[in-house]
Design a protein around this ligand. Structure first.
Ligand SMILES: Nc1ncnc2c1ncn2[C@@H]1O[C@H](COP(=O)(O)OP(=O)(O)OP(=O)(O)O)[C@@H](O)[C@H]1O
Length: 296
């Protein structure tokens, strides 16, 4: 299957600070990819590199097999809605749609008009006079109507009310099925991601912690609870993601391809939110802390 986004040792540095480093991922086409991580983790940086709005400091990235924003053909294949949902303040909603039609070879005018009407946006309203949520809806409509092969969305639903969020996620899912659209979206709303994403990338402190199909990730991660035990006494195939200890009890989140048969552990499945939070719990530090705590 073709890759929608391939990065090898990709890095972006601002001055002395790395916003993204050693990012190697290969995301197959046909997925709705959720990109999650704490504030400042590097999500926007990765999305802007994919959209061609930033140049890498190191490594390389290809999107749909081409260099990001390499020319008109590549630009037409990729839609990008930035975090601040930019719009031309002086142009009306209708003028935005006309501009979209002129700039995009695969523009779906009927869909754009229908969506704007359904959202109750007045065609003659200037974008500068729209609310934040309405402006986001306009930007998202432009992104969908462009009919890209890949739609990149940076926190698309953050400013939408719950009903609008549900409506938008629904139309996104319909578009992925009807138009073979791949989507990469960042969000802090894991419950939304749980509903629509079938592929997950977790970024923490500028590094990719884990990437893969959500079903596979959920099948290979477990919570182990049992008598207190040092991490170096876990089998080699069990990678500790995070650990918590009381005087008597240890709780680990581990990644393993093999089933856990140890009768000392109570093994529970994780929700997507549990999994994301486990990786956000500063993995390297968690390993060291677990060892120290148990050795105390
Ligand atoms: N233009 C810039 N100049 C300098 N540093 C920057 C710039 N843009 C981002 N950074 C830094 O790079 C790091 C990653 O930022 P980025 O915006 O990619 O994070 P993020 O995961 O999208 O965060 P959030 O969830 O808060 O939107 C942060 O430490 C940020 O301060």
């Amino acid at each position: 299957m073709t890759s929608v986004l391939q990065a090898h040792e990709l890095g972006k540095r601002y001055g002395k600070r790395w916003a993204l480093r050693e990012c190697t991922i290969d995301i197959p086409a046909g997925h709705v990819v959720g990109l999650v991580g704490p504030n400042g983790a590097g999500k926007t940086t990765l999305l802007k590199l994919a959209a061609g709005q930033l140049e890498p400091t190191s490594g390389g990235i290809t999107v749909l097999g081409g260099r990001p924003a390499a020319g008109p053909a590549q630009l037409a294949r990729v839609g990008f809605v930035a975090q601040d949902t930019p719009a031309y303040a002086g142009l009306t909603v209708a003028e935005h749609l006309r501009l979209g039609a002129r700039l995009n070879p695969r523009w779906d005018a009927a869909m754009a008009r229908e969506r704007i009407a359904r959202l109750g946006l007045a065609p003659n309203q200037r974008a500068g006079k729209l609310s934040g949520g309405q402006r986001a809806q306009l930007a998202l409509t432009l992104g969908l109507a462009k009919r890209p092969e890949l739609l990149i969305l940076d926190e698309p639903v953050a400013s939408l009310d719950p009903l609008a969020r549900r409506e938008f996620l629904q139309s996104l899912m319909e578009a992925t099925v009807e138009h073979e659209l791949s989507v990469v979206l960042s969000s802090h709303l894991i419950s939304d991601l749980e509903r629509i994403c079938d592929y997950l990338v977790v970024l923490v402190e500028s590094r990719v912690q884990i990437a893969g199909e959500t079903d596979r990730l959920l099948a290979t991660h477990h919570r182990l609870t049992g008598p207190r035990r040092a991490p170096d006494r876990l089998p080699a195939g069990q990678h500790v993601v995070c650990a918590r200890h009381t005087d008597r009890q240890s709780t680990y989140v581990v990644r393993t391809d093999a089933p856990v048969h140890d009768p000392a552990w109570t093994v529970t499945r994780l929700s997507l939110e549990d999994l994301v939070l486990a990786y956000m719990d500063k993995p390297a530090a968690a390993d060291r802390r677990a060892l120290l705590e148990v050795q105390r």
